[in-house]
Design a protein around this ligand. Sequence first.
Ligand code: FAD
Length: 488
Amino acid sequence: MNTQLLPSPGTGTPTRPAHGPAPVRETGRFAGQHRRRLLRADALAVTAWSSLAASVALWLADGGLAASSSPAGMITALGIVAGLAGMDLVLLMLLLAARIPFIDSAVGHDRALEFHRKLGKPSLYLLLAHGLLIAVGYGMAEGLDPVSEAAALWVLVPDMWLAFISLALFIAVVVTSLVAVRRRFPYEFWYAVHLLTYAAVLASLPHQFSVGGLFAVGTWQRWYWLAICIATGAALLYYRIIQPVRATFRHQLTVERVTSVAPGVVNIEMSGLQLGSLAGNGGRFFIWRFLAPGLWWHPHPFSLSAEPMRTGPDGHGRVRITVRDLGRGSAQLLRLRRGTKVAVEGPYGLFSSAARSKDRVVMIGAGIGITPLRALLENTPFAPGQATVLLRGHSNQELYLGEEILELCRQRGATLFHLTGGRDPGSPDSWLPAAEHRAGYSLEDYVPEIAHADVYVCGPSRWAGSVLKAARAAGVHEDQLHHERFDW
Ligand SMILES: Cc1cc2nc3c(=O)[nH]c(=O)nc-3n(C[C@H](O)[C@H](O)[C@H](O)COP(=O)(O)OP(=O)(O)OC[C@H]3O[C@@H](n4cnc5c(N)ncnc54)[C@H](O)[C@@H]3O)c2cc1C
């Protein structure tokens, strides 16, 4: 076992720190925050399902069933219900992507986006069904085939041509978001097409209020539908545009120093104002834009690798990220100049003390994924002997910020393991170096009490998947697993 344990690092033998692991006795200090977070997540799920039920209830309350006595009426009714449910899902998708702090702090940014992605196909299918069923239903009532009916709707019914364009835009957005298609295009292309969602929603709105009687002037259904559309638009405007612009002006971030950590990896230190309110909780990530020629339009998600440090009055201070050249844009950041202004959005994510549920904590990182653990280790609460840090890399040089982490572990009484070396070619899915894997080590050998700990994992996705699997097998409950993904 290639280990480095405190307080006697570098012995090469698996000894425990002087104080040893603290016995598992929960003070329950995180129980309250954990319960509140689960309640918030439940409340969100109930609200989402209720909004879907409400969209159908609008139609029922308007006597929708009574109007669907004939086959044509029934098909049209199904089309209307599909349209209402589809639009409701689209609004939910927009809210999940709006970076609303309540949602972010309940389920985390990545899970919110995961739900957002999951709703893509069902909402598109519902909207397609809406268009198709309406064309068939209206066509049957008027003695026209669906294609002629669709053409008649486009030409004769006001606002309907916009609805057709909206549907075409939705198709483009969902198709370009499919993983297989998305990977073929640069991020910027996918992002630009994704922005069409807003155009699609706006184009779909006029026909919802001008065609049919459900949302006629004076009905309460019209007010409800208007209210949820306006609330969604306002949340997007505030959290995606106004809030980031305000944060950028408030904090006045400027690049102070770019220093090398390892080949292709740098620390970017920035100075700014009121940094106390920038990140109350270590380990969260921000979206950064470095306002230099050719770079200003690149939005980069990077985690803090050190807590904001106060250096003067009025919250004057420094903040730091650690960046690896994982692509064309991030490689350019290695040559950033002192004095470059920085726009910031965030904090986002739940890779912080806000996710804690247990007194014990285990942090497992590989490669550049080690760096957010450095910030987390700095300020997440634990008693000496209650934290374990496992760092994984091919070589010591790849254990980025390893010296700083070692020093923090010393100061705070955390146990540290360095796991270096190549993978076992026979078991590429093992998260351990080949020697440890062949020797039969498991996660519990490093952290016997892992089932009673919060486990934070950050690193390459396949490796992180193996760690999460091992943690689950060791009895760690899903709520105790906190994973930061660096890919998208
Ligand atoms: C939550 C999170 C935290 C991260 N923290 C770190 C960190 O601390 N250190 C580090 O080195 N790397 C981190 N990454 C990875 C880092 O964001 C990407 O490696 C980097 O943005 C790639 O940019 P690129 O231009 O070099 O790559 P390309 O693949 O060429 O990307 C092109 C464009 O896509 C944008 N982009 C790429 N990935 C994302 C994404 N996930 N979300 C939004 N826009 C994206 C880039 O900003 C750029 O404009 C993190 C990623 C995420 C999702």
